[in-house]
Design a protein around this ligand. Structure first.
Ligand code: MF3
Ligand code: CO
Ligand code: CO
Length: 286
């Protein structure tokens, strides 16, 4: 019998906790509730926290080195080197055929940009660097935007608002709220500026694996999607487009990974890994 797939229940002889009772009540109302494996133990959370510290150090190393004229393969080299030094595995490398250790997405590239020696950073570019490390089997996933030199006020605003979307999304993630509460808050903020929120890609549960349940969508309605309870670990990673929310796979990418905006206008994204606590989310990738 697959316990994971069964409805929420307490094993016989086990007293339901307060959390069990709340979850069961929500399930009765027809809400989507997490399976037990999505609620991490304190020990697992500590492991993911340690992984988060390494991931942050890796992005800090990129932040220190990034400059006009650098190519994105050099960013990959920095990440690879950092991982080696800290006994970490870059989760992206060889993940479903992905060929590099990190994603470097410049301007109209929404996400999953593949580092290459030919991609040289130009004054005014905006770039997302998305890194995931595995430390002692625990995954932490985060990304930041970098502005190369001086950019336009329009791109600057896009980068700032995308960061605000992450912060506002995190603020909306309260214990016993829903994934849709996050999405609703993010969408509302982005659309105030006429921006498009990417629908085809989303945040995700993370920690014991790269991509776990639930799908953390960045648009939609309050009270929809999975219930969020203390102990769950997940990313929020809104991809915010200056123009249309529609995206497509870059036909020039032989690996089939790079996602670009439908109108080739720029896109920005920030990502953190969070753990839900009794009071709200805590960032594990600070
Ligand atoms: N780090 C990305 C995320 O936020 C996933 C990258 S998968 C890769 O989920 F294969 F493209 F690296
Ligand atoms: Co990521
Ligand atoms: Co992610």
């Amino acid at each position: 019998m697959n316990l994971k797939k069964r409805r929420w229940h307490c094993l016989s002889g086990q007293e339901p906790t307060e959390m069990d009772l709340k979850i069961m009540a929500m399930e009765k109302k027809g809400k989507i509730v997490p399976t037990r494996n999505l609620i991490k133990t304190p020990e697992q959370i500590e492991g993911i926290r340690r992984s988060g510290i390494v991931n942050t150090g890796c992005l800090d190393a990129v932040a220190e080195a990034i400059h006009v004229g650098m190519n994105t393969q050099e960013i990959d080299d920095i990440c690879m080197e950092y991982c080696k030094k800290h006994n970490a595995i870059p989760a992206c490398l060889n993940y479903e055929g992905y060929p590099k250790s990190v994603c470097t997405s410049i301007n109209e590239v929404v996400c999953h940009g593949i580092p290459k020696a030919e991609d040289v950073l130009q004054e005014g570019d905006i770039i997302n660097v998305d890194m995931t490390v595995i430390v002692d089997g625990y995954y932490a996933d985060a990304s930041r935007m970098f502005i190369i030199g001086k950019t336009t006020p329009e791109k600057e605003q896009l980068v700032r608002v995308a960061k605000e979307c992450l912060e506002i999304g995190a603020e909306a993630a309260k214990p016993y709220s829903f994934v849709g509460d996050i999405g609703h808050a993010v969408q509302k903020h982005a659309e105030k500026f006429g921006y498009g929120v990417v629908r085809d890609l989303c945040g995700h549960g993370v920690g014991l694996d790269f991509h776990e349940e639930p799908d953390v969508v960045h648009f939609g309605h309050r009270g929809t999607g999975m219930l969020l309870v203390p102990g769950m670990v997940f990313t929020i990673e809104p991809m915010i487009n200056m123009g249309t929310w529609k995206v497509f796979l870059d036909a020039d990418d032989p690996y089939g990974w790079e996602v670009i905006t439908g109108d080739e206008k720029p896109s920005a994204q920030w990502e953190h890994t969070f753990v839900m606590t009794e009071h709200g989310v805590e960032i594990l990738t600070h």
